[in-house]
Design a protein around this ligand. Sequence first.
Ligand code: HDE
Length: 729
Amino acid sequence: MDENKKAVNPSVKQETEKTEKLAAHTADSSGELMTNNHGTRINDDQNSLKAGERGASLLEDFILREKITHFDHERIPERVVHARGSGAHGVFKVYKSMADVTRAHFLSDESLETPVFVRFSTVAGSRGSTDLARDVRGFAVKFYTQEGNFDLVGNNMPVFFIQDAIKFPDLVHAVKPEPDNEIPQAASAHDTFWDFISLMPESAHMIMWVMSDRAIPRSYRMMEGFGVHTFRFVNAEGVSNFVKFHWKPLLGVHSVAWDEAQNISGKDPDFHRRDLWDAIESGNFPEWELGVQIVPEEDEFKFEFDLLDPTKIIPEELVPVQRIGKLTLNRNPDNFFAETEQAAFHIGHVVPGIDFTNDPLLQGRLFSYTDTQLIRLGGPNFHEIPINRPVVPVHNNQRDGFMRQTINRGKSSYNPNTIGNGYPLQAKASEGGFTTYPERIDAKKIRARSKSFFDHFSQAQLFFNSQSDPEKNHIIDALSFELGKVNSVEIRHRMLGILSMIDKSLAAAVAFALRLPVPQDPELPMNHSIPADGNPADFDSVIFEASLKSSAALSMANTVKDTIATRKIAFLAADGVDEKSLTKVRAALEGAGAVVEIIAPRLNFIVSEGDEQIAVDHSFLTAASVLYDAVYVPGGTNSVATIEAEADAVHFLNEAFKHCKPIAADTGAAQVLEATYFSKKIPSDFSDQTVLREGIVVGDDADSLADKFILAISQHRFWEREKPRKIPA
Ligand code: HDE
């Protein structure tokens, strides 16, 4: 853990210009008397006004009426997509001036600290759905800059399902619960989704990402973010460069196992929300570096793909990601509804120096985000909700509307005017006025898809080829699961056709699980998203092989693995535990930044061999191995005997093994490991037994055991253990 973090006292809320401004709208009732909404003090909040003790309630009761009316109106529509989310405040600092490529003030000077509010989300589920759905994650950042708000509304995957905004309602209708019975919640494993996908070959690349473990992150703090579209940077001279935005988490990119995800959904559906909250409360501030890939205007056509196509990445081998600044989340919201729920992001909130391209998905989003707030937040004044206000003043001639907060003085609300002396004045570019990049467009008005968007498979192949073997297996398992939940054989079959265009071995493996034949030399899947009269650009699909065969940045296996900061480690112990090894291993893990929790048969405390009371965090009733990154069993004769005989403890270890997690035990506790399924039942014909022992540390010297355990935890998971497969837990 870096020194700065240790110095922070998390009980002191981290303030920025934005959070200070929010304070003006923040209420705290400590020490106050109760009033109604109009300030009249309330004497009885327990009883409504009645005609006599047992009599009917009286309409006159303004206190009851106000309270119930407000309650009746507490809910607002949830977001149509990305309904389930969690937010946090923080700051962004650029490492060095980017003035050569952008005139954006917040990227111009490393001494500037820009307040931000970030909201992470799943896409398909409702507000109350599980965090661990197999789904894309939203990664939306609102920068409160001195030139107004800049919203980078991205995802944790760098591409999207569709190429044109007009298909978005179809995509979302297909993935949301089916309309007749509203099943399933927060899941893509159903017929309508795969029906649509199997008819939309342009989704092939995104499907590889969504079926990879990226869709089941270990934590919001351990996932990447991407702006997805190609944007523009424009500098003070008016020179434009294309830019792709990336967020790179300093803890590396890590995921859970699918079986684990499904278990977490029951044990703690708020797993990601809680993880983010706890990390910030304990001063372990999540951090990401902002990366940019910059492409000069003159290189627009030098790639094998179209920069405007949102189903394509620019491989990092072709254009390296420059890390230009750091985002730190350092303060939890005071009120979920007021801040996280009412936050209104919009891809069209830009500042001078950042501009759009003609990506047809981006162009459609530019319409959607304000439109959706009008219904969700109830009118055109949502920008006045405290969380949405910029830190700089707002002056224009827009007036009135539901819930208007600002009291605009004066008679003129139009421009030009003389009555208001012409104010507010338009800002010159030199005064920070936004000027649109004057891109030249000479074109006919047509509805068509550009031919340069017709290659749907080369980057899906690139993604699959770039994965490690365990990652490839997980994609196969994910597709087998999802298509296994599809009832229509025709849809399953059509999907195998799509998969065989991506990779024959992938299609064969999924076909094996579904017990279906792989379509032999399938016709290029028909893209049904073409107009009734055909595509004016001539729909001849293109089969394309990318020159680049593999890209290291696409595999999570290649990300940071040298820290155990914030990892949660379970210690399984009972009365009679050897407190010396427990204390030493705990100190070593906590010293390396991990969070240790003691789990025992009963709550409150255990008594050690040396008669010390040790606080217990959870009993086996409320804890589960899926909520931890690793598990340790300390020695102590009585403790070991109790743990060995405790079915929940043995189950805990079996499950941790199944999910490929590091396991440690004192030599004196090794017998507990012997009681587990994985010790006894590893198939004897499985040749590589050593693989199964990786990540399992047993020893009697606490210091060396801790060192080896820390190394193992930093590896995250030992996926090789999955090779023999099928270990029940
Ligand atoms: Fe969104 N999207 N989206 N989207 N999106 C919304 O706006 C939309 C797309 C993303 O935490 C909605 O305020 C269209 C891509 C995030 O509040 C809505 C299209 C990417 C969030 C909307 C897209 C995103 C949203 C719903 C295709 C990644 C949550 C509520 C043209 C780059 C923001 C809201 C938050 C939310 C529309 C595609 C990211 C309906 C029409 C691509 C992170 O306006």
